[in-house]
Design a protein around this ligand. Sequence first.
Ligand code: CU
Ligand code: ZN
Length: 224
Amino acid sequence: MRRKPSHSDSDNIASRYSRLVDFTQSPRKLSIMARIIIAGSCLLAVVLLFARYSSSQQTTKLRTVAVLKDQGGGSGVWGTIHLEQDISQPNGQPSSPVHIYGDINGLKSTGVHAFHIHKFGDITNGCQSAGDHWNPRAHEHGAPEDVVRHDGDLGNINADRSGKAQIDLRDNILTLVGPQSIIGRSVVVHEKADDLGRGGTADSKKTGSAGGRLACGVIGWLKE
Ligand code: CU
Ligand code: ZN
């Protein structure tokens, strides 16, 4: 049979409990150092939360991808190119260059190959129907660092001994937003080097004399 709790038992429990409460809840027993550490931690937490909140409110990243294939041309060249850009919110304006990265494989040998954005995302007739270089400002062909260039002029990529070219570049002219967005257009890799408009011929000022189209792919939204 259980004994009924007596007054003295409950007094005992109460006094033990109050000691515990006194110990844990009395701020007077916290040293000055402990108070500084707690206050500092709280302040840091607030600052970090605010920074995270404000950065997530100010920019979003647009992510697109182009899967390159020879589209029946028979070169056997293929690759994946990602194109990304930060956009400020709420105004929707770009706040970074377009970051273009990925790799192209199956290039025949070590060498230099022209790399462009072309006007159309149309591969109904292989890479030929992708049209000319993307050129909304009606400029002549040039190098990526030139003031006068097609928007789509991204210069050359270099294949290593295994026929692979790794790409990681940032471009300040191209954009993924607005009327000049390159979404729905295409990425093209050429047979030859781009002479960057310095070849001294009419073709050099139009195409960089880059020769045939080894592979191309349409720029589309990346799956989230
Ligand atoms: Cu091209
Ligand atoms: Zn061009």
